[in-house]
Design a protein around this ligand. Structure first.
Ligand code: SIN
Length: 482
């Protein structure tokens, strides 16, 4: 932390109602590289969180009265401050999350882009007039902020998953309480420091930390909260969704994925290989939209595999602060145990693990990238989210077969395929049961496009012009003018 140029960004207190708040109990935050202690964060009591929710409600009442343009000016200042502090924010992220420093800085810019986008989008929240059915009536709609919002955000994207939720909420005139992952709270608290510097008023943007179960209960059940947003696993999302039902909260859920990556025999193989590397190994494979299953057409299987393995063999595992690192440490040892269990199950059922170059001695939270061949649908790795740097290679023969196999999952977040045949591009894109489809690309994430899944991958869209709708209610006005 002593490498920060702006030490004020390292906060070990919660940010509530414009104040830095501590508590009697604390939680320890460690560096995934060596489990050394980075600092502590408050473990807020139920009373403290209840107070924060009441204060967020008060903050929302005055924030929502500002014009969209006034809010936009303040959000633009927040965006500019984040951009100006990208090195420090990236450093904080690498220290607590482990991703390589350049990737961390990329995430900070990605996070900032949501604030810039929604600062503008807030000015385009239009109502409408509707042709009347009774001569003396006039019918129109207005859009209003939904109210106090809460969000639980994940450790894999400690900045972008916060701004993708908070920026549309604030632009719409809502207030927001964020509970960041306990593994990665310092990036969130640094964002709060910059929100304060930008002039976001007290109570409007709050960061609360503590025991997940305690805070999760309050943020999903409190009657003063109107909207809840979560990014994380389908299993936890299901539980939180049930909790939201008690007060009928509007809910957005960005949950697990099981992305297929299909390469047809008419694809540009080199492009497919370099995109496969990005789509599989970004953030060490710890991304909801990372590839889980590679389906490669029989006719080009060997060619694709040879080129893919050559590139995977060049990936360097190490400390994210070391120049040249491609894959940092995994977040927890439990995550690594889960990956080993998937690999062991696949091998027991007939898969083979290829030998790669550049392997390190696996220890602590470090795991080498792995390529498994001869994978088939009987193996757990085909059905469960891997969330790590393991590539499972499967052969296929024809289009209908691969679409059926790609869709044979409870998930529907992202899918990717490679083909130069325009007819096939439309056919396959329309048939894949997935909220997002990358066609001849492995990178689909950006602030202008709607991010979100179908099936058990979630509800709602984040980013894009759709992203602000979740933070608004449409009110219908019927006026008798006679
Ligand atoms: C996620 O893994 O949930 C987010 C990934 C992204 O925004 O690209």
């Amino acid at each position: 932390m002593n490498r920060l140029s702006n030490p004020a960004l390292f906060r070990q207190s919660c940010y509530i109602n414009g104040q830095w708040v501590d508590s009697a109990k604390t939680l320890t935050v460690t560096n995934p590289v060596d489990q050394s202690v980075l600092g502590t964060i408050p473990s807020l009591s139920v009373e403290q969180v209840n107070d924060a929710i009441v204060q967020a409600h008060e903050g929302m009442l005055s924030w929502s009265k500002l014009t969209a343009k006034q809010r936009s000016i303040i959000l633009h200042r927040w965006f500019t401050l984040i951009e100006a502090n990208v090195d420090d924010l990236g450093l904080l992220m690498t220290l607590e999350q482990g991703k390589p420093f350049n990737e961390a800085k990329g995430e900070i810019r990605y996070a900032a882009s949501f604030i810039e986008w929604f600062a503008e989008e807030g000015k385009r929240v239009y109502g409408e007039t509707i042709p009347q059915t009774v001569t003396s009536n006039r019918i129109l709609t207005i859009k209003q902020p939904i109210g106090v919002c809460s969000a639980i955000t994940p450790w894999n994207f400690p900045a972008a998953m916060i701004t993708r939720k908070a920026a549309p909420a604030l632009a719409a005139g809502c207030s927001m309480l964020i509970k960041p992952a306990s593994e990665t709270p310092f990036t969130a608290l640094a964002l709060a420091e910059l929100a304060a510097q930008a002039g976001i008023p007290a109570g409007v943007f709050n960061v609360v930390t503590g025991e997940s179960r305690v805070l999760g209960e309050l943020l999903t059940r409190h009657p003063l909260i109107s909207k809840f947003s979560f990014t994380g696993s389908t299993q936890v999302g299901r539980q939180l969704y049930e909790q939201c039902a008690s007060t009928i909260k509007k809910t957005s859920l960005e949950l697990g994925g099981n992305a297929p990556f299909i390469v047809f025999d008419d694809a540009d193989i080199d492009k497919a290989v370099s995109s496969a590397i990005q789509a599989k190994f970004r953030n060490g494979g710890q991304t909801c939209v990372c590839v889980n299953r590679f389906y490669i057409h029989d006719a080009i299987y060997e060619q694709f595999l040879t080129k893919f393995v050559a590139k995977v063999s060049q990936l360097r595992v190490g400390n994210g602060l070391d120049e040249g690192t491609d894959i940092g440490p995994m977040i927890t040892s439990r995550a690594i145990e889960g990956m080993h269990a998937l690999v062991d199950d696949a091998i027991a059922k007939g898969a083979r693990k290829l030998t790669l170059g550049n392997e390190i001695a696996e220890q602590g939270h470090f795991i080498n990238p792995k390529v498994l061949v001869d994978v088939d649908d009987s193996m757990d790795i085909v059905h469960e989210e891997i969330f790590g740097p393991i590539a499972a290679m499967i052969r296929f023969h024809d289009e209908d077969e691969v679409i059926r196999r790609a869709n044979a999952t409870i998930y529907g977040l992202a899918a990717y395929f490679f083909s130069k045949d325009i007819g096939r591009v439309y056919r396959v894109a329309e048939k894949l049961q997935s909220g997002m489809v990358g066609i001849n690309t492995g990178m689909i994430s950006n602030e202008v496009a709607p991010f979100g899944g179908v099936k058990q991958s979630g509800l709602g869209k984040e980013g894009s012009r759709y992203g602000i709708e979740d933070y608004l209610t449409v009110k219908y006005l019927c006026i008798d003018i006679a």
